[in-house]
Ligand binder design. Structure first.
Ligand code: HEM
Length: 432
């Protein structure tokens, strides 16, 4: 039996830190393969790239998530023992809870809240000499996420909570101070949400009827209610990623600023926002790769995958694979005109199936929120973009345009003052 191609060197941990998002694709190109073996933190690791490998990675008979997420990621980004670490029935029960929230009606409700929040924020921006979009969008999204979830949020804590959600995400590729900041942010956020969960269960506070918070607080597992800590972790699994969409909005603003015709196209054609938002998710980096462990020994394309081996799937590299995407490093929304992504060729939020697999529960929310935000920027606002550094560093995980996107002389336009809702709601393949 042939051996899986081996990356040069004994251990690739430093190479991952040096090369960041492009590490797996670089090796695959050098070795002319979609699968190779290496060591990361001295641990034997198989790396996979491309749609065929993605279909393998998302086969629940071949891979499990138990034991795949390092502690340092659980204590910052995801929370310990969260849905991302579950398999089989336990995973599906928990996932159903998330997926039941992703109906077109609920997505529309989130966009309605956001429409108001964007307008209120823009009224303030009109009086500011300049606005950095990334943190400003985090605040807008944090207010809307908490209102949508049913998590009480005082005005004087918006900034702390928004930054804490940002710090959890920022910690995933960080070491030292960045990691510690993410850990502290998670502890603060968990304590805040946990206290609310306990108050509701003890009758000292009430959860808004039919809110996601209410659904999570009273969700019954096979052995009863989730603990207050576990409930807090999963409620944060709704709040944190909604706030994280600020990253895509900032990249979207960059693309809009760098290609003048997009503003006009977004003004004239509702459907263009869909192409634009898809291209934002494909082209701009967020997650680099995903991890799982081999469930039982198996063979694939003649290679042996031993039980328990850590396996990484290249999500950024697959989104930029020249075999799948013409001129993959060019921002070009029209590529989606006659093409929708398949479950395995575009993986910014994972791939495969929503219930039997770990594909992101918030994909339609993300797509809809990006669409609404870029329509708002293009149709409802005028602003100057002063000289600034909009480049981003592919060796930093996660990354962002360096300036955070600075706007000056912001003006909210009448009569189209409201952020579009109807034009932004994305059809949901799960709920139809
Ligand atoms: C910035 C936008 C987002 C990005 C880049 C993103 C990315 C991802 C990725 C890569 C995964 C892992 C897929 C896998 O393990 O196979 C994931 C899972 C998940 N995402 Fe998102 N996501 C985003 C927004 C959202 C939103 C808005 C929500 C909910 C409101 C959400 C909820 C979840 C949940 C609950 C999971 C775990 C699914 C599971 O383990 O079954 N995400 N996301």
């Amino acid at each position: 039996m042939p051996k899986i191609p081996q990356a040069p060197g004994f251990d690739s941990t430093l190479a991952v830190l040096r090369e960041g998002f492009t590490f797996i694709a670089n090796r695959c190109q050098q070795l002319e393969t979609d699968v190779f073996q290496t060591r990361l933190m001295l641990q034997k690791t198989i790396c996979l790239h491309g749609p065929e490998a993605a279909a393998l990675f998302y086969d629940p008979a071949r891979f499990v998530r138990t034991g795949a997420v390092p502690r340092r990621i659980q204590t910052t980004l995801m929370g310990q023992n969260a849905i991302q670490t579950l398999d089989n029935g336990a995973h599906q029960r928990r996932k159903r809870l998330f997926m039941d929230l992703m109906t077109p009606g609920r997505v529309t409700y989130l966009l309605e809240i956001l429409a108001e929040e964007w307008e209120l924020a823009a009224r303030e921006w009109e009086h500011m000499p300049e606005v950095e979009l990334f943190p400003a969008a985090q605040d807008v999204l944090c207010r809307a996420a908490c209102a949508w979830v049913g998590m009480p949020l005082r005005e004087d804590e918006v900034r702390l909570r928004a930054r804490d959600f940002g710090r959890m995400v920022d910690a995933f590729g960080g070491v030292g101070a960045r990691h510690s900041r993410g850990k502290r942010a998670r502890r603060r956020a968990e304590a805040w949400v946990r206290a609310f969960v306990k108050d509701v269960r003890k009758g000292r506070a009430s959860a808004e009827p039919n809110s996601p918070a209410e659904a999570f607080i009273w969700f019954e597992n096979e052995d009863g209610l989730l603990s207050p800590q576990m409930t807090a972790v999963e409620i944060i699994n709704l709040l944190r990623p909604i706030v994280a969409i600020a990253t895509y909005i900032t990249f979207g603003a960059k693309a809009l600023a760098e290609h003048a015709p997009y503003r006009l196209l977004l003004q004239q054609d509702d459907s263009y926002a869909h192409l634009f938002a898809q291209e934002v998710r494909r082209d701009f980096p967020f997650g680099p790769f995903l991890g799982a462990r081999v469930k039982e020994d198996f063979e694939w394309n003649g290679y042996r995958f031993p039980k328990g081996t850590l396996t990484l799937l290249d999500i950024y590299g697959t989104n930029h694979d020249p075999r799948l995407w013409q001129e993959p490093d060019t921002f070009w929304p029209e590529r989606f005109e006659n093409r929708e992504p398949t479950p395995f060729d575009m993986l910014p939020q994972g791939g495969g199936d929503y219930l039997s697999g770990h594909r992101c529960a918030g994909e339609w929310i993300t797509l809809s929120v990006i669409k609404q935000a870029v329509l708002f920027l293009a149709r409802c606002l005028r602003y100057d973009v002063p000289p600034q550094d909009l480049s981003y560093d592919l060796t930093r995980m996660p990354t962002l345009p360096r300036s955070g996107f600075i706007m000056r002389n912001v003006r909210l336009l009448a009569p189209e003052r409201e952020a579009p809702v109807a034009a932004a709601v994305s059809g949901c393949p799960f709920h139809g």
